[in-house]
Design a binder for this molecule. Structure first.
Ligand code: HAM
Length: 449
């Protein structure tokens, strides 16, 4: 270890190399394993397909950024910035943080690459890990994954807000996510919100003694967040607090009404929720959250909203912005709980070969089957047929291709359907044709191809 690293306390006690030590993933992080990763891939592939139909392009962003980028965008008084970021000093003594979300980085990239010169608005999506040092529990991790979409530049026409929401709802529908509920709100703008927050603050001060510790603290640091409280004894108090809808300026009121109309036009069902304020400072006007079935207390599977002014705050041109992030871990959990999470598993073909002659044929068969898109298991060493068929079963193979001396000599291969025990003889060409037809029957989408 370098002296510098030792001084900074990295790996305080170097272990002698020969001493064995077992490692575990760090608390709040986890390995995603097959077959579940097949479901993750299907979800991500569906997101790409749906977002593509709405004209979004993919942006890939760094995992770490200057700490200030997040502090400025998300806000110093938010939980994310004040308590949850993984922040460290880089070797050149600049402060960097693992990204807790992707909106700030997307805006940074929009400015850095002069995207305001492209046709507006610019529609971007990104998929990847985020980091927040929260208390881990079901659906809450310290490394978690988001599917994030942003529209930057152009107009703030309410149709944009509605279309972003329509897109995420279309995506959830495509996945057959169960129990989806969309909550929307408007939290006003720089004109009307401060006046509302002042009023809210004054009312909160009056009831301070009846509130819990967290809410008491928030009266001063971020009064809007008191509305987020889930504490039971605070609920009747919160219900009596002034509501933002009654304090919106004329423009915000008109914008919110138009967003609702545009949602109706698109057949998107929503519920208004005046307490939906969101935990990040950059929001204004439209905010929304989507919950789904089977997630317990961490049931928000998507959160988003409008953030006009953020690009400007980060040194860019005045630009409108709106977007959302889906919590992919929670989405997967909900799909699994709703029975929509079966992942494709098993091989198409297990090649049971015996004898040196069959070995070359087996290698060739594996190559041509794989080239045709079938998943093939080719055992590396010879096995008795009985054992090979047992292995094929364990791997949930659909077919065993049996290749022994007879098959090689005659050029007629034996294919056994493992579920039924049926057997048939095929030449190589016939075999490929047969397997393709069977696959198309199982998955009609393949028929045209
Ligand atoms: P957010 O509400 O902080 O918003 O996060 C969005 C979603 O990420 C949450 O609804 C949840 O599903 C998931 N999520 C957040 N923290 C965790 C965690 N510790 N473990 C598992 N899942 C988690 C944002 O991040 C904004 N950047 C969204 C946005 C994009 N707004 C505009 N554009």
């Amino acid at each position: 270890m370098s002296e510098g690293a030792a001084k900074k306390g990295f790996g305080e006690k170097p272990q002698p190399r020969e001493e064995r030590r077992k490692f575990q993933a760090i608390k709040g992080t986890r390995d995603l394993l097959p077959p579940e990763t097949a479901l993750w891939n299907r979800v991500e592939q569906t997101a790409r397909e749906v977002f593509d139909t709405f004209g979004y392009g993919e942006i890939r962003l760094p995992i770490f950024e200057p700490t200030d980028l997040f502090a400025r965008s998300i806000g110093l008084d938010t939980d994310v910035v004040s308590k949850e970021m993984y922040t460290f000093e880089d070797r050149d003594e600049t402060s960097v943080s693992l990204r807790p979300e992707a909106t700030a980085s997307t805006c940074r990239a929009y400015i850095e690459h002069n995207m305001q010169q492209l046709p507006q608005p610019v529609k971007l999506y990104t998929i990847g890990p985020m980091f927040r040092r929260e208390r881990p529990q079901k659906g809450r991790y310290r490394q978690f994954y988001q599917i994030n979409a942003e529209i930057l530049g152009g107009t703030d026409a309410p149709a944009i807000d509605a279309e972003v929401i329509e897109m995420v709802m279309t995506f959830f529908e495509r996945l057959e996510l169960q129990g989806v509920q969309l909550d929307i709100n408007s939290i006003g703008c720089r004109e009307c919100r401060p006046k509302y927050v002042e009023k809210l603050h004054a009312e909160l001060v009056k009831v301070k003694d009846k509130l819990g510790e967290d809410s008491k603290r928030r009266i001063e640091s971020n009064p809007l967040r008191v509305l987020d409280s889930k504490l039971e004894h605070e609920q009747p108090i919160i219900e009596k607090l002034p509501r933002i809808a009654d304090h919106l300026c004329e423009e915000c009121k008109a914008h919110y009404a138009a967003v609702k109309k545009e949602l109706e036009l698109r057949g998107v069902k929503y519920q208004e929720n005046w307490r939906l304020v969101r935990g990040l400072d950059y929001y204004m006007r439209t905010t929304f959250e989507i919950t789904a079935k089977g997630l317990g207390s961490q049931n928000a599977v998507c959160g988003g909203g409008r953030y006009d002014g953020l690009v400007e705050l980060l040194g860019g041109p005045p630009a409108k912005g709106i977007g959302f992030a889906i919590g992919e871990d929670r989405l997967i959990l909900s799909l699994q709980e709703g029975g929509k999470g079966e992942a494709a598993q098993g091989r198409d073909v297990y090649i049971a070969w015996m004898g040196e002659n069959a070995r070359a044929t087996a290698v060739r068969a594996a190559k041509s089957l794989r080239n045709a898109g079938f998943s093939v298991e080719l055992p590396p060493v010879e096995q008795k047929f009985g054992k090979a068929l047992g292995q094929a079963d364990k791997l949930s193979a659909r077919y065993a291709l049996i290749l022994g001396d007879n098959e090689v000599a005659s050029g007629e291969w034996t294919l056994k359907t493992l579920a039924t025990g049926e057997q048939g003889k095929f030449t190589e060409t016939e075999l490929l044709e047969f397997l393709k037809t069977e696959k198309a029957k199982a998955d009609p989408s393949l028929r045209s191809g």
